[in-house]
Design a protein around this ligand. Structure first.
Ligand code: PSU
Length: 306
């Protein structure tokens, strides 16, 4: 299926599910190209897709291939993306430029939200959103993910802002822009690898049906934007804050020493964490993404029931 003015292709199963009003969960591709090493990135992408299917929804992994927005990838496309070296990391600003150049690009949270919304998908599962980087008062490094949440009506399920960020400042920006930050199952805001950030969550809803309803009410009230659902990493997979904090400090110090900036910061820090924890951060990351995919399915099912 192709939109008249935009090269956007829905895979046959995504197109079928959407036209039948069945639950669909969007998945991003930056986590594949810039968030995890090969081959764990490919294995995770495949496992997340099967987890979504096993929990009653159709997965729609989103990427730009040869200038076309693909919503739902084939197994071969997923494999090519996981092995590719020169894929651009796309956010709101660079997405249309990549399409105009007929390039290949992986979608961040912001770009995935845009494409999911164009396709008519209401729920999206990822690992962790981007946010306000530590030291932002000097660098002004604030992820475009935050402003996307403020304007695009997609419910994003994540395990919290990544703990490499300045979490209190990230919450402040979200609050300023009217983005609901809703935690499931506990009163503390989760922090990606850890269940407890040490900060109280602004909002809590434990029932996926209420999460879907809150989004529908937002829309009915004419309020722009989506919702950030923060889902704590499963207990058995978490790396507690006291243990991960010194590792984050070490990774941040490496990034500063090497002068890493802009789009490279998050991929560099995730890779440094992988090295410094001897792979444990990646195992936790995989567990939390699978957990988020399961919750996103329950929300997508609630949306489909209306
Ligand atoms: N979740 C993960 N790993 C990732 C990401 C999310 O578990 O790599 C990606 C998302 O695409 C998110 C991006 O949008 O990290 C944040 O990048 P930045 O801080 O440059 O905005």
């Amino acid at each position: 299926m192709t939109l008249p003015d935009l090269p956007l292709i829905l895979s046959p199963d995504v197109a079928q599910a959407l036209s039948a009003g069945q639950p669909v969960v969007a998945l991003e591709s930056t986590i594949i190209t810039h968030g995890m090493p090969y081959p764990q990135n490919l294995e995770t992408a495949r496992r997340v897709e099967s987890e979504v299917r096993a929990h009653g929804a159709t997965p729609a992994t989103i990427a730009i291939l040869g200038g076309t927005v693909h919503v739902g990838l084939t197994s071969d496309q997923l494999e090519a993306l996981a092995q590719a070296k020169d894929v651009a990391k796309l956010s709101r600003a660079d997405l249309p430029v990549c399409i105009a150049r007929k390039g290949n690009g992986a979608t961040t949270v912001a770009a995935t939200m845009i494409c999911a919304h164009l396709a008519g998908i209401k729920v999206f599962a990822t690992g962790g959103i981007g946010g306000v980087h530590r030291g932002a008062s000097e660098t002004f490094d604030i992820s475009a993910d935050l402003l996307e949440l403020a304007q695009t009506p997609v419910t994003v399920v994540a395990a919290g802002p990544k703990a490499i960020l300045d979490i209190p400042k990230t919450l402040e920006v979200l609050e300023t822009h009217g983005v609901p930050v809703i935690t499931v199952g506990q009163d503390a805001l989760p922090a990606f690898w850890s269940r407890d950030s040490g900060i109280a969550t602004p909002l809590r809803l434990d029932d996926p049906a209420l999460i879907a309803q809150a989004a529908q009410i937002r829309q009915a009230m004419g309020l722009k934007g989506g919702q950030l659902i923060t889902n704590p990493i499963p207990r058995e997979a978490e790396i507690a804050r006291a243990e991960i904090d010194p590792v984050i400090e070490a990774a941040l110090a490496e990034a500063t020493a090497k002068g890493i900036g802009a789009k490279e910061v998050t991929p560099f820090l995730l890779d440094a964490m992988f090295r410094l924890t001897e792979g444990r951060s990646l195992i936790a990351n995989i567990a939390l993404v699978l957990n988020n995919a399961r919750l996103a399915c329950a929300i997508a099912i609630a949306f489909a029931k209306g």
